[in-house]
Ligand binder design. Structure first.
Ligand SMILES: Cc1ncc(COP(=O)(O)O)c(C=O)c1O
Length: 467
């Protein structure tokens, strides 16, 4: 084990004091009271994180659903980065390019669904979404049509830049920044829990597709550039597509000349037990957006992957995609992403996830024995555990009761005290806890996840019953 680099601060408390003064954390309430002292993670080992006070945590959510390979293979990543630094520390992919961008584009195209051969690099998932929307708009324009609108789904997260934020179906994230990019419509997602018990798969799918077609018609189909959806929607709790849905969405997009974008920022690169979830679900998108798993988040890199159909108008002389940035396809980041894909292939990561997802799902479904657990769903290593936000008689908990039962102090902190990191989303309809470990996780990690969740959800269930 290599030593942790010495900090310029003498102690954990000194680091916390400095963080409190200078480090503006993301989506974090800085003045939060009553929470444990800020954990400062200093080391990663496989599926585990270790903080500056020596506490060890199983990372049950792959940090931000992004460290697909976990925290291993450091020396291989370091060697790839070091070799690239020796050779060429930076070059863009604008007027000229460099070998690592070419190699990575070729590698990604070889793993992508058939016919998706064109790879445009970005520095993040949100910027992949942003670029996809601009690409869709300019694609239509290049073919003589002015289409600019997007259709997304309720409760879906697609990033925080103003364009990507406008596509988000999360009112509480959008509200502080309105007015956003106008004319984005939202349609039903594939949340099944709470639907009528006698509704068949066919009826459910037909209802979702009818809702999408109504939205397309209401917005005027000739103005819509793209429909964007995650193959498995994260927010709302790992919402998988019902049978017939991906094909139905594809057919509607074809009927109205709209591009279909699969946002695979989480789903790609093994998370759903395939290189691309859109391939597993036969979604046949025109554009795929990626980031996190492309490098297992060991590098700052994302990619937009486009089909030949989308590329075709841009192949003509005199036209180019009017979009770019300094860091897209950065050689160091590309070298690390290449190394990540090499390791994932060598270790058979998508195959491992596919082989083990049944075991993880079965173990998680034992949580359904707890009265507070309403539903367990997902695919690959991407599961949501929906918690009941109402009493057994159906009366919903008040907002204060919800916070008391499902807020960080009750759930996330208690899990962390027992050595498990998870994420609990309480801003949707019902609270959802996630289980999405690094893709190298195996039976021992599943056991820890389920044991700790069983204990903590048991406590929360008792408290809910006493309210
Ligand atoms: C589906 C999806 N799209 C886009 C994003 C935005 O990615 P980033 O945080 O890299 O901008 C995320 C982030 O979680 C995501 O889950």
């Amino acid at each position: 084990m290599t030593a942790v680099q010495p900090s310029t601060h003498a102690s954990t408390d000194a680091m916390r004091a400095s963080a409190g003064k200078h480090l503006w954390r993301h989506f974090a309430e800085m003045g939060e009271v009553g929470r444990p002292a800020l954990p400062i993670m200093v080391r990663g080992e496989g599926c585990y994180l270790i903080d500056s006070e020596g506490n060890r945590y199983l990372d049950g959510i792959s940090n931000l659903f992004c460290v697909n390979l976990g925290y291993g293979f450091g020396s291989e990543f370091a060697a790839a980065a070091a070799a690239q630094y020796e050779e060429l520390g930076y070059h863009s992919s604008w007027g000229s390019t460099h070998p690592r961008a070419i190699e990575l584009a070729e590698k990604v195209a070889s793993l992508a669904p058939e016919g998706m051969e064109r790879v445009f690099f970005t520095p993040s998932g949100g910027e992949s979404v942003e670029a996809a929307w601009k690409l869709a708009r300019q694609y239509h324009l290049a073919r003589g049509e002015h289409r600019w609108k997007a259709i997304g789904r309720y409760n879906a997260y697609h990033g925080t830049t103003l364009g990507a934020l406008s596509i988000n179906g999360l009112p509480e994230l959008r509200r502080p920044f309105e007015p956003l990019v106008p004319q984005v419509a939202h349609v039903r997602n594939t949340a099944r829990f709470g639907r009528p018990a006698d509704e068949t798969d066919e009826q459910f799918t037909a209802g979702l597709l009818a809702n999408l077609e109504e939205a397309i018609i209401a917005e005027d189909p000739t103005t819509i550039a793209m429909v964007i959806m995650e193959p498995v929607q994260n927010h709302g709790g790992c919402l998988t597509p019902p049978p017939g849905y991906p094909e139905g969405v594809r057919a509607l997009c074809d009927k109205y000349g709209i591009l279909l974008v699969a946002d695979e920022v989480i789903c790609a690169f093994g998370r759903i037990g395939a290189w691309f979830a859109s391939e597993r679900y036969d979604m046949r998108p025109d554009i795929i957006t990626t980031a996190k798993g492309l490098s297992s988040s060991h590098a700052v890199i994302g990619a937009v992957i486009a089909s030949e159909k989308v590329y075709e108008p841009f192949s003509k002389p005199g036209i180019h995609f009017t979009h770019g940035n300094t860091f897209g396809g950065h050689p160091i980041q590309a070298a690390i992403a290449l190394k990540n894909l090499e390791i994932m292939e060598r270790e058979g990561i998508p195959q491992h996830v596919r082989a083990k997802e049944g075991e993880l799902g079965d173990r998680l479904r034992t949580l359904l024995d707890l009265p507070i657990v309403g539903d367990v769903r997902g695919a690959g290593y991407f599961f949501g555990i929906e918690l009941s936000a109402s009493r057994p008689d159906g009366t919903p908990f008040t907002p204060e009761e919800r916070m008391q039962l499902f807020g960080p102090a009750s759930l996330a902190d208690r899990l962390a005290e027992r050595g498990l990191l998870s994420r609990i989303s309480i801003d949707g309809d019902d609270p959802v806890m996630f289980a999405a470990p690094p893709l190298v996780a195996d039976t021992d990690e599943f056991t820890t996840i389920v044991d700790v969740m069983t204990e903590v959800l048991g406590l929360v269930g008792d408290e809910a019953a006493a309210l």
